[in-house]
Ligand binder design. Structure first.
Ligand code: PMP
Length: 349
């Protein structure tokens, strides 16, 4: 049996998981979660009743997220990573006879997930500084999409979406649902300020980046109550297991201990950026925990291979659509960044 013709299977979003000493390829935190989290988590674990299904509507988690992110519990929907939240949104609002717009380069799972459920994905570009401009907004208007994907800070560029442009997307006459993927926005300590929050806005967040918890697989969105109630109907029952639910509660209770490390990552990023610039490569300023780098007159694929030979893995973004040949480097610990810089210096010599 072959898969559905319309599946549009593409290569997907597969970052090779090579066995290397320095992993700077998937935008995880280089630090383990704080001790305070681990002990809070352990005391929750002792109280679990694993013979029972978890609370299907995960009320405590919703309340804790709502409090931490200044919203109401009825506006919160959670999943096993923000990718799963994106999938449930696509199941509910995408599919055949629905059109979604993406502005490349951006996070490739947006178009991958949308097309997997049969949504027609229309790809628009960005300008030379990776921004969406008025001409592109007009092109989106002409497409009359039901869904638009935005990403701020954008992966892989690290740039923020312009708030005025985002507002113009909300004003498109097809009144699309707008997924504003803010996986890295916690590093900024603020959200994209749109004045009032449109009913068609879905903000997506994750615990995989700012929180040092990529292994936990937890993400959520904040949306209108109507959208959240639709997602609640689409999602599989009991999808958030008991262990995950208490881990989220423990993380939110010990949030300030994550904050110190996130601030340290921002400082490490700024130092890494300065060092990369002084190596003569073209590093793009970033608001997230990674930096996109172009190498004038050098083949990034060759650099990627030579880094792997030195047991350093970065993300090869040379085949990403509408992106100049480049590599995306996740910010590591001070030692890891130093090792990367020494290696690059040797390779670029
Ligand atoms: N959105 C963006 C922009 C990302 O870069 C990523 C992870 N690479 C995700 C979502 C997925 O995050 P999660 O681990 O929560 O599924």
């Amino acid at each position: 049996m072959k898969p559905r013709d319309s599946l549009g299977l593409r290569e997907g979003y597969h970052s090779p998981q090579l066995d290397v000493e320095v992993r700077l390829n998937t935008n995880e935190s280089p630090f383990p979660p704080p001790r305070e989290f681990t002990s809070a988590f352990e005391s929750y674990l002792r109280k679990l009743t694993l013979n029972r299904y978890p609370d299907r509507s995960y009320k405590e988690v919703r309340a804790a997220i709502a409090e931490a992110y200044d919203t109401e519990p009825e506006r919160v929907f959670c999943g096993n990573g923000s990718n799963e939240v994106l999938l449930n949104i696509a199941l509910a609002y995408g599919g055949p006879n629905r059109r979604a717009v993406v502005f490349e380069p951006t996070y490739s799972l947006h178009s991958h997930i949308a097309s997997t459920v049969g949504t027609e994905v229309v790809t628009l570009g960005r300008d030379s500084s990776f921004q969406i401009n008025d001409a592109l907004v007009q092109q989106a208007e002409d497409i009359s999409p039901e869904m638009v994907y935005l990403c701020s800070p954008n992966n892989p560029t690290g740039a923020l979406e312009d708030a005025d442009i985002v507002k113009k997307i909300f004003a498109l006459s097809s009144d699309p649902l707008v997924m504003l993927d803010e996986a890295y926005a916690d590093f900024l300590g603020q959200k994209t300020n749109l004045g009032s929050e449109p009913e068609t806005l879905i903000r997506l967040r994750t615990f995989s980046k700012w929180f040092d918890l990529a292994g936990l697989r937890f993400g959520f969105c904040i949306a209108s109550k109507e959208v959240v109630s639709v997602l609640d109907q689409v999602v599989l029952p009991y999808h958030l297991d008991q262990i995950k639910q208490v881990a989220v509660l423990a993380a939110l209770r010990t949030r300030q201990h994550f904050e110190d490390k996130a601030n340290a990552i921002c400082k490490l990023r700024d130092d890494l950026y300065d060092s990369l610039v002084s190596l003569g490569v073209r590093a793009h300023p970033s608001n997230a925990n990674f930096i996109l780098v172009e190498f004038p007159e050098k083949d990034p694929k060759m650099i990627w291979r030579q880094l792997v030979e030195r047991s350093i893995l970065v993300r090869d973004t040379t085949s990403w659509p509408m992106l100049p040949p480049s590599l995306r480097i996740t910010v590591g610990t001070a030692l890891e960044n130093e090792r990367l810089l020494v290696a690059l210096q040797e390779i670029l010599r």
